[in-house]
Design a protein around this ligand. Structure first.
Ligand code: HPA
Length: 261
């Protein structure tokens, strides 16, 4: 089963049918994580709105450990994260989509690891390539089939602390660091997925030019307008990815079972 983590603008997964709401208790929160399980594009899918139902949890207060652990406990074999970002690369005008290849973590004070020494386990995971290569290829191939879509099939995601947007000088620093987009929720999610051994990739929707790169002040109204149409495209792209991913898994299972045609 694929897990999808929805960000700002994707609190409900349109097209998800036969929905069962599951409350998953984890060791990382007194409250269970609520996940919508159902069918999407012919496959089982678990949908988790990152900011909670009704978009009430700000980026720095999200319980990333509970969320990732819950998807893992439910039996997800891979996770696709949907993130709204500010565009830094010129391709990433509002409405454009990126499938980032790298990430830089500028956050602080977040519970960011399952290996915090509490259970006597010291682990240093490899994070050279933060995103799963084959999931990224599925996302890129699907996005390339969208008509009139500005697509950045690479790029570095800068994760800032939020909830405020950046100063102009901060965005200029991100540019000097080689960042192509900026959001507030990419970390520690990506690293926690790796700690759990879950293949993880991100589809990022640009909803504004990063601070100081556009003429206008960034407003929530302008962002919301882009989110509404942009997330429809994200869902189209996801539908093709989920179909492909399901077929690939079936083929792999057939090969393992020695029944491949
Ligand atoms: N900065 C950080 N996070 C964001 C932005 C931004 O400009 N837009 C959407 N999420």
């Amino acid at each position: 089963m694929m897990g999808v983590i929805g960000g700002t603008g994707l609190n409900r997964m349109m097209g998800l049918t036969d929905i069962e709401e599951v409350a998953v208790q984890t060791p990382y929160d007194s409250k269970p994580v609520s996940i919508s399980c159902g069918h999407f594009a012919g496959n089982r899918l678990a949908f988790l709105p990152r900011h909670g139902k009704g978009h009430v949890v700000p980026p720095h207060r999200i319980n990333y450990r509970a969320n990732m652990q819950a998807l893992h406990q439910l039996g997800c074999q891979a996770v696709i994260a949907v993130n709204a970002v500010g565009g830094i690369d010129p391709v990433l005008v509002p409405g454009a989509i990126a499938i980032p290849e790298q990430i830089i973590d500028y956050t602080w004070g977040r519970e960011h690891t399952f290996f915090d020494g509490q259970n006597g386990q010291v682990e240093h995971i490899d994070f050279t390539a933060p995103y799963d290569a084959s999931l990224r290829q599925l996302l890129i191939a699907s996005a390339q089939r969208e008509a009139r879509l500005q697509l950045l099939a690479r790029g570095v995601y800068a994760c800032t602390q939020g909830p405020r947007l950046e100063s102009m000088a901060e965005v200029q620093r991100l540019q000097r660091d080689g960042c192509d987009m900026v959001g507030m929720t990419g970390m520690p999610e990506a690293a926690l997925a790796r700690e759990l051994g879950l293949p993880y990739a991100c589809i990022a929707l640009s909803v504004n030019l990063a601070a100081g790169l556009g003429e206008e002040v960034i407003t929530m109204a302008a962002i919301t307008a882009v989110l509404n149409s942009g997330m429809q495209r994200v869902l189209h792209i996801l539908a093709r990815v989920i179909i492909e991913w399901g077929q690939q898994r079936e083929q792999n299972q057939a090969v393992e079972a020695g029944t491949a045609q």
